[in-house]
Design a protein around this ligand. Sequence first.
Ligand code: NAD
Length: 261
Amino acid sequence: MSLHGKTALVTGSTSGIGLAIARRLAQAGADVFLNGVGDEAQNRALARDLGSEFGVRSEFSPADMSRPDEIEAMCRQALDAFGRIDILVNNAGIQHVAAVEEFPPEKWDQILAINLSSSFHTIRHLLPGMKAAGWGRIVNTASAHALFASPYKSAYVAAKHGIAGLTKTVALEVAQMHITVNAIAPGYVWTPLVERQVPDTARARGITEEEVKRDVILAAQPTKEFVTVEQVASLAHYLCSDDAKSITGTVISMDGGWSAQ
Ligand code: NAD
């Protein structure tokens, strides 16, 4: 499943699942364009090191995925750097846990912008190049919450259901153009995103943080194991390969059996 000669842009790729996907694509030979917020110098160094480790070109943009103007500038920068983008992974995401009537409206807007609308914008800017090249792969990191809900995560669940709809719609629009569009729906992966939601979940449910980890997070998945970032990256890599060319418009669960219950 070599990706030599291919170029990839992965949003939210300075941590967790996105970083693992960027590493995996680089390992397979793709040039990678990384993105994320936080310490910019550290993130630039991360991208540089990843490029040197795998002998591929690597670039970085600190674009904020809640800002359409910054998304457009990032896409332009990626096209200028690599000539074209063959693989787009929409992965940036945040979470907030609170009862719906206590959910801060600005948090709702931010989650919808980062977890859903940013994917519309990146697709809008990068799909024309894929159509011109006659090949493309779009992989959206959805969530088990693209398929069903959990209490106190209204914005996240709404955004992830939206990603499922966007994935299917765009897949149909480009089905005859050798471009596939899919979403991955992971269960719980122990990343900073999950770690940060533990105190708020404890507050919302009126239980301890230990109970959240044991009875809410680990209990959700019949395997009683976390999904790992490497497993998600491996599936993303497969979806980018030619072997997966007949898989499009799907939301693929990787959730230890959670959605089967
Ligand atoms: P993480 O916190 O480790 O990584 C999030 C990444 O998104 C980071 O690189 C961060 O810099 C970036 N990011 C956050 N806000 C951004 C913004 N405004 N603009 C640009 N980048 C931004 O989290 P993760 O768990 O690896 O999550 C990655 C994706 O996987 C998210 O879409 C999340 O919803 C999804 N997901 C995670 C889990 C899980 O259990 N961890 C499960 C299902 C789906």
